[in-house]
Write a protein that binds this ligand. Structure first.
Ligand code: HEC
Length: 121
């Protein structure tokens, strides 16, 4: 009721503001999550720091193996470890053989989003 308290200026300005706010945020959300859900889009942002060493759009090796189709593969690049959510999380947490350890560098939510993104590759 407070919004309609006989204040004409407010009634006229209010819808425009809302429209502008909705326009801006809808644009940002659309830009990043048109193809993905929210988590995947956030994971893609986290992945930017991995992109130095990993291609997301090919399985060609940069510093580390290309990660395209990671979750469709049977094993990791070692040819032994099955690709599961937990083996991939372990690799991200512990690193090794040139891969930095991210256990302390990313929080749980960032890692969850990252995994959601990796599954889309
Ligand atoms: C400094 C370069 C570098 C960065 C940065 C890096 N990695 Fe790696 N990554 C590697 C290397 C090198 C390997 C191969 C290690 C091995 O064979 O044991 C690897 C392996 C992996 C693997 C296993 C792939 C496979 O098929 O065996 C995954 C998954 C992975 N990295 C994900 C990530 C993610 C996610 C990030 C960002 C949070 C990241 N990496 C950042 C270098 C890097």
């Amino acid at each position: 009721m407070a919004l309609y308290n006989h204040n004409f200026g407010r009634i006229l300005v209010f819808p425009m503001t809302i429209k502008r706010i909705l326009g801006i945020s809808a644009g940002m959300v659309l830009a990043s999550s048109f193809l993905f859900g929210q988590d995947e889009a956030k994971g893609k942002e986290v992945f930017e720091q991995c992109g130095v060493c990993h291609a997301a759009d090919s399985d060609e090796k940069k510093m580390g193996p290309g990660l395209k189709g990671l979750f469709k593969k049977k094993t990791l690049a070692d040819g032994k470890t099955a690709v599961t959510e937990s083996s991939v999380r372990k690799k991200i947490d512990e690193g090794g053989n040139g891969m930095p350890a991210y256990a302390e560098m990313l929080d749980k939510k960032e890692k969850d989003n990252l995994i959601a993104y990796l599954k889309t590759l």
